[in-house]
Write a new protein. Structure first.
Length: 265
């Protein structure tokens, strides 16, 4: 007998995520795969409550005035805001409508906006702007990094703080590494594997999903394009955007944190 393709495996065509000017996490798409399974992938990996507590401690240590308002750029499904909203008047922003929908359900006392980090325009200014879990990486190049930080600067009040967790530094790239994440409950079985490649100043992430749900197994591929620069490039970008006293923290943060750039207006 000739080779056959199992009928229970449905293969979806590769979806190349072309962000262009939209840089918060990932471009919204018809399938909503990224948003649909985001919490299943990351809630078991990250202690959002601990991270939020550390963020609050850092703000209180470095603030030049009492911080009352906070904007989370690339807020995802709102897990950080869920734990920050008791201490700050919070606004969350993301480009993914499905993420925002989930975040609204989780954090009803926060405001939410759909927009991209490079050119969003809000009528209000904030005491603190945060961008965590390497959302900043989706700006893809240094020029857009500067534009994004300039936008943060415009939306900060006098003496406000910007806090950015970077994507991995280019010098830390590990060739041939393969990442694996799994999730399982009675309804869903999910496995995600990923490889990476750097071309010039872009860091490509190739993700492969096997999703078992409703008696079927689906295979989905995604390509994410990230920023490939080093520590000194971030420092230069903050300075070019008008920030002062830029610091990079690595100690006393949470497990898996890629560091925090903190700068004042």
């Amino acid at each position: 007998m000739g080779e056959t393709t199992p009928l229970y495996v449905r293969v979806r065509k590769t979806r190349i995520i072309n962000l262009k000017a939209n840089f918060c996490l990932m471009k919204d798409d018809d399938s909503g795969i990224f948003a649909k399974y985001y919490d299943q992938i990351y809630l078991n990996m990250k202690d959002y409550q601990k991270e939020a507590t550390i963020i609050k401690d850092v703000i209180r240590q470095l603030e030049k005035k009492e911080s009352k308002t906070l904007l989370d750029v690339g807020c995802g499904t709102g897990e950080h805001l869920k734990h920050l909203s008791s201490d700050f008047q919070c606004t969350g922003m993301d480009i993914n409508r499905n993420m925002i929908k989930t975040a609204k359900d989780k954090v009803p006392n926060a405001k939410f906006k759909i927009g991209n980090m490079i050119d969003f325009r809000l009528k209000e200014k904030f005491d603190v702007i945060i961008s965590l879990f390497s959302s900043i990486g989706y700006v893809q190049n240094f020029k857009n990094l500067v534009k994004t930080l300039e936008n943060f600067h415009k939306h900060l009040d006098h003496k406000g703080l910007a806090m950015v967790e970077p994507w991995l530094f280019k010098k830390d790239f590990r060739k041939d590494s393969i990442g694996l994440t799994t999730f399982e409950d009675e309804r869903l079985k999910l496995a995600r594997m990923g490889t990476t490649e750097i071309v010039g100043s872009k860091w490509f992430i190739f993700l492969h999903y096997l999703i078992g749900e409703g008696g079927k197994i689906e295979y989905v591929r995604e390509v994410h394009r990230m920023l490939a620069v080093d520590n000194q490039d971030y420092i230069k970008a903050f300075e070019s955007a008008g920030f002062r006293d830029t610091k990079f923290l690595r100690e006393n943060l949470w497990d898996g944190c890629r560091g925090l750039f903190i700068a004042a207006k």
